[in-house]
Design a protein around this ligand. Structure first.
Ligand SMILES: [Zn+2]
Length: 103
């Protein structure tokens, strides 16, 4: 099996967007959010399902399950209100968000 055959077995096009989405998911927490339940304005707290300990252990023991577990945790991540803990935070600059902040 040649080197180019190995490369073509793992197309870069499928890995690139995956890594990009991970990077974007980690850096998109500077936006202002408003809670539709209590009206709290500020940064939402990011809540993820699963365990960071399990994630690190999977990465150390088995690389691929670690990657799958990390992607799954990214997909289950949601923004919760730091005041009331309800999953109802929306961006301030969205139409509904402006209505709550402005009114
Ligand atoms: Zn709230």
């Amino acid at each position: 099996m040649t080197y180019s055959a190995i490369i073509s077995a793992f197309p870069r096009s499928s890995i690139g967007p995956l890594l990009l989405s991970l990077a974007v998911g980690m850096s998109s927490s500077t936006e202002q959010f408003v809670c539709t339940t209590c009206g709290h304005v500020g940064r939402s707290t990011s809540v993820r399902r699963g365990s960071t300990v399990i994630e690190i252990m999977l990465w150390l023991c088995y690389l691929l399950p670690g990657l799958i577990y990390s992607v799954w945790r990214q997909s289950t991540r949601y923004s919760a209100c730091p005041e009331c803990g309800v999953r109802n935070m929306i961006p301030v600059d969205s139409p509904a968000g402006r209505r709550i902040v402005g009114g």
